[in-house]
Design a protein around this ligand. Structure first.
Ligand code: MEV
Length: 425
């Protein structure tokens, strides 16, 4: 079995990194060449993707190493501008893999189409009439997407709810390996006239909801005492491992208690989730909207992860959130880098992709709160930020690390200082 624990990946040259990826993920020669290009998304393609195109926007595409999910190794592509995100995810995955990596699971890929009926004279009567015709409505919805039905998906059921005089009809659709917006919207539109007849109301809304509560992904990992202790080797932080674990749990409890902290806690989670989603050509705005809405589904905005201790005192982290992603349609097929990233991940289904994304969210969060609970976020963050500053000052190659190290040592990470050190080198 191939291992995602690639030692010193960060020390390899770009072409060595691409060769390692090619070998790990059995990438084609063409995909490897594509990754080596600085602008794989050609203007002509981009011009057909959105309107009024003038150029393409670039982001660094990094690879998080060490991930193991349900016993299988993954290299995780992450497109993100923020330093330390890729390194932090890789470090957290390294700690988790010492106790078996991440255990993940997910719901079937069921999305919700909302048909909202207005001016319904008798809400309870309308609900009854719609429920009686549920099977026929499902069949009608399925006629508009025979391809989805052929691949094992299709409309599954109808849920009804009323609020403030509106009748909410939720059409549940198994979208298989699609993100599903198009299929769900078309199906919702197709049954709206019949729903109007049955309810004697008007359907003003026939569209997917991004709060995909039937399509959640979950990941869990044990961050063992021993692995946490090893991860701080050589760094004197003046805390025992038990104290570190208690401190991490307290950081989590603060997020449970306070919306201001929970927002930042979840931002850290989305650092990882969005980075994988962007790399893989997913609609990350849909994931963001769903994640934050789900975070406050209880009526109070909560952290998307939970932490506890097992009977041996190890730290156990868990994450659960809706993740609507697809392997077909959207930018997945048009943006060649997205296709290459999905090949690197090697996921076979949208569910597997959602689970990998959930695991990265958990890893990212653990990495952040581990720092917050111990040395404070700036220690690790600034070391990587210092590299950026060195590059901004004009450093090249080995100069970058030398200047960054010196600035961190001096606790003075500024472009003017980086320029001074550069001149002294
Ligand atoms: C920074 O991008 C993310 C963090 O603020 C997350 C957190 O505070 O948990 C470090």
């Amino acid at each position: 079995m191939k291992s995602s624990e690639i030692h010193g990946f960060y020390k390899k040259t770009r072409s060595e990194r691409i060769s390692a990826l090619k070998e790990f993920a059995d990438l084609s020669e063409e995909q490897a060449k594509l990754l080596a290009k600085d602008s794989p998304l050609e203007f002509e393609t981009a011009d057909n993707m959105v309107e009024n195109v003038v150029s393409t926007q670039q982001l660094p595409l990094g690879i998080a190493t060490n991930f193991q999910l349900n016993g299988k190794d993954y290299l995780i592509p992450m497109a993100v501008e923020e330093p330390s995100v890729v390194a932090a995810a890789s470090n957290a995955a390294k700690i988790a893999r010492k106790s078996g990596g991440f255990t993940t699971e997910s719901d079937e890929p069921v999305m919700i189409g909302q048909i909202v009926l207005l001016n319904v004279p008798d809400l309870e009567g309308a609900k009854k009439a719609i429920k009686e015709k549920e099977q026929g409505l499902i069949e009608k919805a399925n006629t508009v997407d025979p391809v989805l039905v052929k691949f094992g998906g299709g409309a599954r059921g109808i849920e009804l709810r009323d609020s403030e005089g509106f009748l909410f009809v939720h059409l549940l659709v198994d979208v298989r390996d699609a993100m599903g917006a198009n299929a769900v919207n078309t199906m919702s539109e197709s049954i709206a006239p019949q729903l109007e007849e049955l309810s004697k109301g008007q359907a003003k809304m026939r569209i997917i909801t991004n709060l995909a509560t039937h399509r959640k992904a979950r990941a869990k990992a044990v961050f063992s005492k021993q692995a946490i202790e090893e991860s701080f080797k050589g760094k004197d932080i003046g805390m025992t491992t038990d104290e570190i674990i208690d401190s991490i749990i307290n950081v989590y409890k603060i997020a449970e208690a306070d919306q201001f902290r929970a927002t930042t806690h979840n931002k850290g989670i989305m650092n990882g989730i969005d980075a994988v989603a962007v790399a893989c050509g997913q609609d990350w705005r849909a994931i963001e909207a769903g994640a934050h809405s789900f975070a406050c589904i209880s009526g109070k905005y909560k952290p998307l992860t939970k932490y506890s201790k097992d009977s041996d005192g190890n730290l156990v982290g868990e994450i659960e959130l809706p993740i609507a992603v697809g392997l077909i349609g959207g930018a997945v097929k048009t943006n060649p880098t997205a296709g290459a990233c999905l090949s690197i991940l090697g996921v076979k289904t949208a569910q597997e992709l959602a689970e990998a994304i959930a695991a990265v969210g958990l890893a990212q969060n653990f990495a952040a709160i581990r720092e917050i609970a111990t040395r404070g976020i700036q220690a690790g963050h600034m070391a990587l930020h210092a590299k950026n500053i060195a590059v901004m000052a004009g450093a090249k190659g080995e100069q970058v690390d030398k200047i960054a190290e010196k600035m961190v040592e001096e606790k003075n990470i500024r472009v003017d200082r980086a320029k001074e050190i550069l001149e002294e080198l």
